[in-house]
Each structure stands twice: as C-alpha cells, then as structure tokens.
Design a protein around this ligand. Structure first.
Ligand code: HEM
Length: 361
C-alpha cells in the first residue's frame, strides 16, 4: 500500500483511520499538557524545596488546571480507543491481554493521580509533602504514558507474542519503548508551552495577563529545543529504527515521509511564533493563532506518520470485512451526531466564558 491514507481500501476502513487520527489528536493535545505539566510542577516543587523559592505563575496555572486537563485527556482517549479496537482488533487486544495486570494497573494509577492533583491544588501543605505529592503524580502519569507505548509496540511485534505468553511476562522490554516514550515527552513540551502561553495571556488562575510576554521568554527556549528534537527524532522513532523487531513499515515509507513533512511544517510555524515570543511579541493574537495552526499541523503530521507504519497491516480480508460490518451497525452515525453535539456544547461554553471574562474586565 503506497497511498498516504489507505485510499485504495474500502471507505469504512479509510473513514475509521481518519476518525482515529482526528480523535487521537485531541487526546495528544490534552495528554501533552498533562505529561509536560506534571513534570514541570514536580521539578518546580523540588527546586522550591531545595532553594526555598515560591511557585511562579506558570506553576500556579498548571496546578490549577491539571485536574481538568487530566480528565480531558482521559475523556479524549475514549474515542480513539474505540476506533483502534475496530481497526486493529487482534493486535490491540492481544497486547492488552499479554500485558494483563500491568496493563490494567493504569486504571488505579490514574485514579490515584487524579485525586493527588486535587490534593496539590486544594491543600497548602508543607513544602516537603507537597513536593512528594508532585513527584508521585509525575511518576504515576509517566507510568501510564509508558504503558501506552509498551502496549503499542507489543501490538506491532507479533513475533514476540508467543514467547511473551510462554514466559508469563508482564513487561515488554524492547529498548525502543524507552526511546519512544522520551519522544512523546519531547513532543509534549511545545504543546503544553503553547497552551500555557494562551492561558497566561488570558490571565488564567488570576495571574497578571500583562506579564505574558515575559513568561513567553521563559517558555520559548524549552519549546524551541524540544521542537527541533522532535523533528530530528520523528523518523527513526516512528519507523521503529531503534527497535529490536521490524514494524511493518517498508511499503508505506513514501506516506510516512509526506506526513513527517506536514509535521515538520507545523513545527516550523511554531518555531516562528516562539522566536517572536522570545523577542517580546509573545502574546500577540496573530502569533498565538499561527502557533495553534502549527500545533494542529504538527500533531496531524506526527500521528498520521505514526499510523502509516501500522496501516500496512490493514489490508487483510478479515479486517476489511470487519470494518464494513461494523460500519453498517449505525454506531458511526450515532458517534457523529454526538460528536457534533459535544463540539457545539464546548464551543458554546467557551464563548460564554470569554464573554463573561470580557464583561468582568
Ligand atoms: C494522562 C494519562 C495518559 C498518558 C500520559 C497517555 C499517553 C499516551 C501516549 C504516549 C500514547 C502514544 C503511544 C505510542 O504510540 O507509542 C498514547 C496513545 C493512546 N492513548 Fe493515551 N495516555 C494517557 C491516558 C489515556 C487514557 C485514559 C486513554 C483511554 C481512555 C488513552 C487512550 C489512548 C489511545 C487509544 C492511544 C492510541 C493507542 C494505539 O494506537 O495503539 N490514553 N497515550
């Protein structure tokens, strides 16, 4: 299959791949805010403990918004979770079952992390305890992210399944899990920096909105360095070049390159906005809009390239028959109706909040 999306395949399969990538993009944005956010808060708390400094505006906004962001990341994960099961039923379920308790552990871990985020937000506890809670949250979120990477790679590594089952192993130890997880952390940094800048500009959590250009200068170096790192690493990581197994990439490398170029273009747009931010124009509306367009292109490119690696496995007669069968059960229509209602509700709420904020100021 050489097409970018598997357009040579029947429409149900193509439709599910597009819906999967689109919904995964939403998950990736919220998940990035959470992943980079909890690491930032943990680092700030530990530094505050060692140096006796107080939390700055960036940490304040993060602590205030992380509980919401985590629930948004979890909710936004549901739709791609449904589509991935339709598209890659056998591989996805097999990896779930092989990892077994290790896989299911993400549920209690997420629940604990969720409540600890509220503890961090609600209680002004002793600095030492507060730092310990922040580090525990970061560890829990990293465990969940790590588990998704492990599950994804195990689902691609069919040759490992029998051995994994025979050994009763609950951990998938390919070294690429480490590299790939690092890649997602790197990709999370510019995304969370962009969202944070928007929040700081809007005066979220009572911070001084006029100080946004100053905060942009703090965020810019991290965002620029991580964007450059993602662009450099995307191809080897997503094509599994450092894995000990061979993902099904060979037939789709043209598609991967095209989507990597889209991702790189998104990164370039973001780089431009960060360079301006660093020079003092961080809060300008056009800069933020350009950054948001870049952010969407960045994730669309990365996630499509990620998918192009796996889409080579979509052509089996059994998979195609399953996709057309599922497409005739009206589930898709119900999903689309509710998606439109949900997006409409979110847009309406955002407009109400913006109007309310404008009235108050
Ligand atoms: C905040 C906690 C979470 C983090 C840090 C996280 C992180 C990640 C990462 C890094 C990936 C990419 C895996 C890869 O390609 O190697 C991923 C994929 C995914 N995540 Fe999340 N995730 C979280 C929670 C969730 C939850 C609760 C759900 C479901 C409700 C979910 C649904 C998904 C789905 C469906 C995929 C794609 C899986 C695949 O295609 O194999 N995530 N997540």
């Amino acid at each position: 299959m050489s097409s970018v999306y598997p357009f040579s395949l029947p429409w149900p399969t193509v439709g599910y791949v597009v819906l999967y990538v689109a919904t995964l993009l939403l998950h990736a944005v919220f998940m990035s805010y959470v992943l980079a956010g909890v690491l930032t808060v943990a680092a700030a708390k530990v530094r505050g403990l060692l140096r006796g400094t107080k939390a700055g505006p960036i940490t304040t906004v993060l602590i205030d918004w992380l509980p919401f962001a985590l629930s948004a990341a979890i909710t936004a994960g549901i739709a791609p979770l449904l589509f991935v099961q339709i598209l890659y039923q056998e591989a996805f379920y097999t990896a779930n079952l092989l990892l077994f308790h290790r896989w299911m552990a993400i549920l209690p871990v997420l629940i604990v992390a969720f409540y600890l985020l509220y503890v961090l937000k609600a209680k002004s506890v002793a600095p030492r305890l507060s730092a310990a809670v922040a580090v525990a949250i970061a560890g829990a979120i990293m465990f969940v992210g790590w588990s998704w990477v492990e599950n994804h790679l195990l689902s691609l590594d069919r040759a490992a399944w029998v051995d994994h089952y025979a050994k009763g192993s609950m951990v998938y130890r390919d070294p690429s899990v480490f590299a790939r997880f690092g890649f997602w952390v790197l990709a999370a940094i510019p995304t969370s920096a962009h969202l944070l800048l928007r929040q700081l500009k809007a005066g979220a959590s009572g911070v001084d909105a006029s100080a946004a250009p100053g905060h942009a200068r703090v965020l810019a170096p991290a965002a620029v360095l991580s964007l450059l790192g993602v662009v450099a690493l995307a191809s080897p990581i997503l094509q599994g070049r450092w894995a000990l197994f061979h993902p099904p990439t060979t037939e789709v490398s043209g598609a991967i390159q095209l989507w990597l170029a889209v991702g790189a273009l998104g990164a370039l747009l973001q780089l431009v906005t960060w360079v301006f931010a660093w020079r003092g124009a961080g809060g300008s509306p056009w800069g933020l809009r350009l950054g948001s367009v870049g952010l969407v292109a960045f994730w669309w490119g990365i996630l499509s390239a990620r998918e192009a690696v796996r889409a080579a496995t979509l052509g089996s007669a059994e998979a195609l028959a399953r996709h057309s069968r599922v497409a005739t059960t009206s589930g898709l229509v119900v999903f689309l109706v509710f998606a439109v209602i949900a997006v409409g509700a979110v847009v309406w709420i955002a407009r109400q909040v913006r109007a309310g904020l404008a009235r108050n100021s």
